[in-house]
Design a protein around this ligand. Structure first.
Ligand code: ZN
Length: 246
C-alpha cells in the first residue's frame, strides 16, 4: 500500500484548538526527533489537548499497543524541541550548525512514545517499534512530497531529544531506544535483504533474487561479501545456464 494512504488509515488526528502549535517560519522539516512521554497514552492525549498546557506539544504519539495519534500537522511547528537549555547543551550536528537563533522546532518533526524511562530505559514494545518504523517512513515520504526535500535516514537526521537538550532531557527517549533498528529499516525496506543497499552488486542481487536464482539467509541478510560455498556457486551457475538463450 502507498505509505501516505497507509497514514490516512492508521494515523488518528486528535489535536484540537487548544493544542500548541505555530508557524515553521518558512523552514523545511529536516530532522525527526524521538521522545519518551513519561506517562500513559491517555495522559499524553489529554495533556496535548488541554487548555492548561501552554508550553508543549508533539506532532505524533505512538502507544505501546502500536496505535498512532497525531496532534499537530507536519506543516505546522510543534513545541517539543526548543533550545531551553541553550545551544551549548545541544549535540546534534544540524542543530549546532543552525545555531542559537533558529529554533529546532521550526525544522523538526517530533514523535512521542508512550513509556516511562525508569521502567523501560526507552525500549519499545514490538508493536510500538513496528508502528514507529512505519511512521518515520510516512513522515519522510510526506516531507518529500510536500517540500521536495529528502530526509536521508541516519543518526544525523533521526535523533533523540537528548541531542537537543542534554541538560534537561538526558533520558529522552532513553539509552535503549532502538535508533539503529529504525534507521536500518528506513534504509532497507523494499529490498529483499537487509545488507545489500549501496553494495556494488545491489541491482544484480535484486535481479537474481527476483528471478529465483538466489536466496538469502534466514536472518534476512544476503552477506554479499561472504565467501560462496562450492554448492552455492554451482547452484548459481546452473541457474544462469538454464536462463541463457539458445
Ligand atoms: Zn523529549
Amino acid at each position: 500500500m502507498d505509505i501516505l494512504e497507509w497514514g490516512k488509515e492508521n494515523i488518528k488526528f486528535v489535536g484540537n484548538s487548544k493544542t500548541n502549535k505555530s508557524s515553521r517560519r518558512g523552514c523545511i522539516p529536516q530532522i525527526i526527533v524521538n521522545h519518551i512521554s513519561e506517562g500513559s497514552m491517555s495522559s499524553m492525549i489529554s495533556w496535548f489537548t488541554s487548555p492548561n498546557n501552554t508550553g508543549s506539544s508533539a506532532h505524533f504519539g505512538v502507544s505501546k499497543k502500536g496505535e498512532i495519534y497525531q496532534f499537530v500537522k507536519i506543516e505546522d511547528c510543534a513545541w517539543a524541541n526548543g533550545l531551553t537549555s541553550g545551544i551549548e547543551n545541544a549535540t546534534a550536528e544540524l542543530v549546532r550548525q543552525k545555531g542559537k537563533d533558529i529554533n529546532p522546532n521550526w525544522y523538526s518533526v517530533s514523535i512521542e512514545h508512550e513509556g516511562v524511562y525508569k521502567e523501560t530505559k526507552g525500549a519499545l514494545t514490538p508493536e510500538q517499534l513496528e508502528a514507529t518504523k512505519i511512521l518515520h517512513r510516512y513522515i519522510i515520504e510526506y516531507v518529500k512530497q510536500k517540500y521536495g526535500h529528502t530526509i536521508q535516514p541516519s543518526s544525523k537526521t533521526i535523533i533523540g531529544h537528548y541531542e537537543i537538550d542534554k541538560k534537561q532531557r538526558p533520558n529522552c527517549p532513553g539509552d535503549l531506544f532502538p535508533f539503529r533498528e529504525i534507521i536500518d529499516y528506513l534504509n532497507n525496506y523494499g529490498l529483499p535483504f537487509g545488507d545489500i543497499k549501496g553494495h556494488w552488486a545491489e541491482s544484480l542481487i535484486i535481479e537474481a533474487y527476483e528471478q529465483g536464482i538466489i536466496k538469502g539467509y534466514p536472518d534476512g541478510t544476503f552477506r554479499p561479501d561472504a565467501a560462496m560455498t562450492r554448492a552455492e556457486a554451482v547452484a548459481l551457475i546452473t541457474a544462469a545456464l538454464k536462463k541463457a538463450p539458445g
